[in-house]
Design a protein around this ligand. Structure first.
Ligand code: ACM
Length: 669
């Protein structure tokens, strides 16, 4: 038959490693057996559900519409309701019960595709919704039409907490951003959206008890309680929990604009527009602070159904505490030795409040202190050590260190960052306390226009790390599947792919973006927090529309070029030099066109230097591959100096092909 069948037979013989290279699933399932043949999709495709719930009818209807959207078959069935329970339907979904959107709910499912029927079985409707995403990812096509491969899957998550944090404070992220990202999360089986709702730069949730919090603390951009209920319900439909974060006692300027009496210094306060660690901090020595927080957190405990509430607790610099004589006197009187102990006292008071409202407390790793109740959960952001130490002392923890997607690190880095790696020192009972992890999308330098490109597709690889067996960690295969998944995520309205060219058109001031795209394809924004050290002071109102904002993390063309050079150096295969030279020539020649473009687009003026560097380093690469150039020590030295200089950030961007050209130079004889 077709080549595909031969591949399928091969993976039956050689097992998982090969199967992984042919099936475009992300996250990859726990167990998979691939058969031989197809389930052919026609407009007769229909779905029956036994024991259906409203969540499942709605979720299945969304599935049906997405499937028909891809295949264009005009399915006879339009939507699912409780009369659609035919056992002979093409897709039969059987669940045992309605799931509860809470930690540790059963999300497992089994999916069996035969030539005649697809059967999806799960304990809960949430498990079925996870299975439907798997099925959508399996849709394939050949010249006869659309089909599903015959396959048998048994799947369940490795970790129960698979989260994404979105900071809606530094940059306001309206409803549509949240909803489309919830859809993206559901597509890759993530189950916690952690909303960072209060910060120095904005108080983003309506409080009816203390209305000056959102009225004066937010410039008008906040979620009303009705809107938050809509988000919670939208997430619940997709089996996703909403965990709210109210960051205290630091990171709290926006609270003090309306209620300066909460702070440790008199004020007045204004909403912060700059970034970094700020001084305003709650006063933990006044009973009125706890009365206020009791009322406010009680209001929020009623609004947010999840059992976990996040109190932040990070980066309190203690300066206001040091400078306040009453706080100093209080510490002396109560034998509180230092600011850390004072914050521990504050945390223990907050813990009592949250427990009173039936909530579990979680916070950043700063909240950990010896002796605090074992009910709290630690979110480790400063290092994996905190995660390990928390579990060793008997505390539940999740990992965010290594999943900070605002730091523009490559997908492979996040992918290989395992909360429980093979060399983890934790004993089995300690390892049980590691519940999973969260990607963290801080919003200092993103907007609704760019945030998706920082979240996706890299977060799909983090989702796989948290869902799939730890042994699934082939980086090349991850990148291969990520290419496919990234495009599928677009159907949910995510903008990570499509906004790239839109932003380049705006930068170019027209439709001809060829020269600009050729350059932008091989640059990335600078990493970690380097963007704040490049001579520009950013605020919540800065334009995030420049070259660095259009440039994407883990630039694919640059990565492919680096891989090509590595292959060439490893194998010595001269055939590869044709492709390498093809890129280098393109980049040499691009410069003239780029200059012409930059003359018409002043916003690109400073990028000419980047383009020139790309052109010059490409010339060096061509020389390195040329047998008519003498690669003597003098040439190598001069080339190295130029290449080192080309590594310097420009316009907050870095060229991502320098290291590969350095290898070509070192390799030249
Ligand atoms: C944090 O990134 N300050 C939790």
């Amino acid at each position: 038959m077709r080549i595909k069948v031969i591949f399928i037979l091969t993976f039956l013989i050689s097992g998982l490693a090969n199967a992984q290279t042919e099936i475009n699933l992300m996250p990859y399932p726990a167990e998979i057996t691939v058969g031989n043949g197809q389930f052919i999709l026609t407009n007769e495709f229909n779905i029956g559900i036994t024991n259906g719930t409203q969540r499942l009818f709605d979720g299945t209807t969304r599935f049906l519409r997405r499937l028909d959207g891809r295949a264009g078959l005009f399915f006879n069935q339009n939507y699912l309701g409780n009369t659609d329970n035919h056992k002979n339907a093409k897709l039969l979904i059987q669940i045992s019960r309605e799931g509860i959107v809470e930690l540790n709910e059963d999300e497992s499912y089994e999916l069996q595709i035969t030539g005649d029927q697809i059967v999806l079985t799960s304990e809960t409707d949430i498990g079925a919704i996870r299975g439907l995403e798997t099925l959508l990812q399996l849709l394939d096509a050949d010249k006869q039409g659309y089909f599903f491969p015959l396959i048998d899957i048994r799947d369940e998550p490795r970790f129960p907490w698979r989260g994404l944090l979105i900071d809606v404070c530094r940059r306001w992220m309206p409803m549509e951003v949240i909803k489309r990202n919830l859809d993206g999360m559901a597509a890759v089986k993530m189950n916690v959206l952690h909303l960072h709702l209060t910060e120095d730069q904005g108080f983003r949730i309506e409080s009816k008890v203390y209305p000056k919090l959102h009225e004066l603390g937010s410039n008008g951009d906040y979620f009303t309680q009705i809107e938050m209920k809509e988000i919670i319900s939208y997430a619940n439909d997709r089996g996703i929990r909403i965990v709210p974060e109210f960051d205290i006692p630091g990171h709290a300027t926006s609270w003090f604009v309306g209620y300066p009496e909460l702070a440790s210094a008199p004020g007045p306060y204004e909403i912060e527009t700059g970034y970094g660690i700020k001084n305003p901090t709650m006063n933990p020595t006044k009973e009125s602070t706890y009365e206020f927080l009791d009322n406010f957190l009680g209001e929020m405990a009623a609004l947010f159904p999840d059992a976990y509430m996040h109190i932040g607790g990070d980066e309190n610099n203690g300066k206001q505490w040091d400078a306040n004589p009453e706080i100093q006197a209080y510490m002396k009187k109560n034998a509180i030795a230092d600011n850390h102990k004072l914050q521990s006292y504050f945390n223990s008071r907050i813990l009592d409040i949250l427990n009173k409202y039936g909530k579990n407390m979680m916070g950043w790793d700063e909240i950990f202190q010896p002796g605090i109740s074992k009910d709290i959960m630690i979110q480790s952001w400063r290092g994996k050590e905190a995660l390990i130490a928390s579990a060793q002392k008997g505390y539940k923890a999740i990992l965010s260190n290594g999943y900070y997607i605002d730091l523009i690190q490559p997908t492979s880095f996040h992918y290989l960052n395992d909360p429980l790696s093979e060399d983890s020192p934790l004993r089995p009972e300690e390892a049980q306390l590691i519940l999973g992890g969260e990607a963290a999308m801080w919003s200092e330098v993103v907007t609704p226009e760019t945030i998706d490109s920082r979240i996706w597709p890299r977060t799909a690889a983090i989702a796989e790390r948290l869902w799939s067996p730890g042994a699934i960690k082939d980086v090349d295969d991850m990148y291969r599947r990520l290419e496919v998944i990234s495009i599928q995520l677009e159907e949910l309205g995510l903008l990570h792919e499509r906004n790239y060219e839109m932003m380049l058109r705006r930068l170019a001031g027209g439709r001809d973006i060829k020269a600009l795209k050729t350059l932008t394809d091989v640059i990335e924004p600078v990493k970690i927090y380097e963007r704040h050290n490049q001579g520009i002071t950013f605020t919540t109102f800065s334009p995030y529309t420049r070259l660095v904002d259009a440039a994407r993390p883990d630039a694919k063309i640059a990565r492919e070029f680096r891989n090509l050079v590595d292959d060439f150096i490893e194998t010595g295969d001269l055939a590869l030099t044709q492709d390498i030279k093809g890129y280098l020539l393109l980049w040499v020649e691009n410069h003239a066109a780029f200059i012409e473009l930059a003359e018409k687009s002043p916003i690109l003026k400073d990028a000419v230097k980047l383009s020139l560097d790309l052109s010059n380093l490409s010339k060096i690469g061509l020389q390195a591959l040329s047998s008519s150039v003498d690669h003597d020590a003098g040439w190598k030295k001069e080339a190295s100096i130029m290449l080192e200089a080309a590594k310097e950030p420009r316009m907050e961007c870095e060229l991502m092909v320098v290291s590969a050209v350095q290898k070509l130079v070192e390799n030249s004889r």
